[in-house]
Design a protein around this ligand. Structure first.
Ligand SMILES: C[S@@+](CC[C@H](N)C(=O)[O-])C[C@H]1O[C@@H](n2cnc3c(N)ncnc32)[C@H](O)[C@@H]1O
Length: 212
């Protein structure tokens, strides 16, 4: 894998995305909160952390979080927010193009929330690497859009969101070492950046590495 520094089209796209948007006090994603709330805090990895709502939520609950994004601005915002909240020692925010480099470490929870990009990305490879980075008993949570919210940046009508079963099939993990705990498509009421609401579908895949 190459150096984490990149000026690829994807990096420029996402950098512009975060530079031109105020992200403020980013909220935690509901399915991450639902999954992590009952767990004992440990080491977590947030893939494509964006403005850091999930990373900050986890760190405030005593998790040690590695938050990774391709956008330097997003990564810096997570760092700044962690400093402001006095939890900087529990947040390592790192810039990586995950197509090229992957953070070091072993994790009890790896989360990929809406890790979608309009650029070619071998996402299954990234998620397979993430599964390998789990400690025994660790969880990999992949939450994808299952429908397009009216306020989404991507309104392409031909967009196909992979189902949880498709994501699991792409990962092709050894069933003797990884167990699918959850693969479903719940509906929820979501709130957009301007306070507007809509029903959206999430595609949820939760995988556990064997304890032994
Ligand atoms: C749709 S956003 C989701 C952000 C965040 N997880 C959330 O739930 O709000 C996708 C994120 O993936 C990041 N991303 C896209 N391609 C990436 C790559 N190759 N390596 C690392 N991060 C990437 C983007 O910068 C963006 O923050």
């Amino acid at each position: 894998m190459d150096s984490p520094q990149t000026t690829s089209d994807a990096a420029l796209f996402w950098e512009r995305h975060y530079r031109t948007r105020r992200t403020g006090d980013a909220r935690v994603n509901p399915l991450l909160a639902e999954t992590a709330a009952p767990l004992r805090p440990g080491a977590a990895l947030d893939l494509g952390c964006g403005a850091g709502g999930d990373a900050i939520w986890l760190a405030r609950r005593s998790w040690h979080v590695t938050a990774v994004d391709i956008s330097a601005t997003a990564v810096e915002r997570v760092r700044e927010r962690a400093r402001e909240l006095g939890i900087a020692e529990r947040v390592a925010a790192e810039q990586h193009d995950l197509a090229r480099s992957f953070p070091a470490g072993r994790f009890d929870l790896v989360s990929a929330q809406y890790f979608h990009t309009p650029f070619p990305l071998l996402r299954d490879q990234v998620l397979r690497t993430a599964a390998q980075a789990l400690r025994p008993g660790g969880l990999l949570l992949v939450v994808d859009h299952g429908s397009t919210a009216p306020w989404s940046w991507n309104q392409d009508p031909d967009l196909h969101f992979p189902t949880p079963a498709e994501v699991a099939a792409e990962l092709d993990l050894d069933p003797a070492r990884w167990t699918v705990l959850r693969a479903d498509m719940p509906h929820r009421q979501a709130t957009g950046p301007a306070g507007q609401t809509a029903t959206v579908i999430d595609n949820v895949l939760l995988i556990q590495r064997a304890a032994g």
